[in-house]
Design a protein around this ligand. Structure first.
Ligand code: MF3
Ligand code: CO
Length: 249
């Protein structure tokens, strides 16, 4: 599959999808407090997406059973919201996507519930910073590897690990399009970025080793060493100038 370039009109639709994802993520973040059950966050998404008349992209994707991924502490990504109660100090990653007029927007944030350990806060800050570093390289004329390299350098120079087995991706009419966007690797690799490319950049960062395991539920991805993990994601469009972040309110 080639990389599918988007027109300005298509990017405008994705921007609307992105706004709904970002507004809903904000509501989820506000809802997280000690005692909240993961499933309640899934209910909140269903209600909000119904109100906005958008489709929950994750629900049914390869059989995924929920509208949102909630990944806590050593869970990296793809945690299924269930009966787990969120506790004070938990590192909570929330990943959300919607489809609007046939186009997908995909975004994730990590927050600490209540009072977190300073080490957890640093992990979250480094992960957010690495996404910003990647976005800073998302410019026409750069190679895709410039994004990957900037993220890896940002993370590893601060003593953290960057996950290899899961990567970012192109996004459009499908949630996952070409190209894959690794969060590691040399800067001079990959396709040259062009106006109209839309990418989901999503560094997954670990406080310890970056190796992962998948749980028995066939979805939840955890750190092999049990260390904490954080995840941030934005859907961005390559332009003639600065990258346009589509998943903002
Ligand atoms: N943001 C994730 C991704 O890009 C979410 C997809 S997981 C699933 O892969 F729930 F949709 F399966
Ligand atoms: Co994604």
């Amino acid at each position: 599959m080639p990389i599918i370039l988007k027109s300005d009109d298509e990017i405008a639709i994705m921007r609307q999808a992105g706004s709904i994802v970002a507004q809903t993520l904000q509501k989820l973040v506000e809802a997280v407090e000690p005692g909240v059950v993961e499933k309640d966050l899934d209910k909140l998404v269903r209600k909000e997406f119904e109100r906005h008349k958008v489709v929950p992209t994750f629900l049914g994707y390869h059989g995924y059973p929920a509208t949102v991924c909630i990944s806590i502490n050593e869970e990296i990504v793809h945690g299924i919201p269930g009966d787990r109660v969120i506790e004070d100090g938990d590192v909570v990653s929330i990943d959300l996507g919607c489809t609007y007029k046939g186009f997908v927007a995909d975004s994730a944030v990590t927050i600490i519930c209540g009072n977190g350990q300073p080490q957890a806060q640093e992990l979250v800050d480094v992960t957010r910073g690495s996404l910003e570093a990647g976005i800073g390289q998302a410019r026409a004329g750069n190679r895709l590897g410039a994004i990957s390299h900037a993220i890896q350098d940002y993370v590893e120079s601060r003593g953290y690990g960057v996950v290899r087995e899961y990567v970012g991706h192109g996004v459009g009419r499908q949630m996952h399009e070409e190209p894959q966007v690794p969060n590691f690797g040399p800067a001079d690799r990959g396709p040259v970025l062009k106006k109209g490319m839309v990418l989901a950049l999503e560094p997954m960062v670990t406080a310890g080793d970056w190796h992962t395991l998948q749980l028995e539920d066939h979805w939840t991805v955890v750190t092999a060493d049990g260390s904490l993990s954080a995840h941030f994601e934005h859907t961005i469009a390559i332009t003639d100038g600065d990258p346009q972040v589509l998943t903002v309110p």
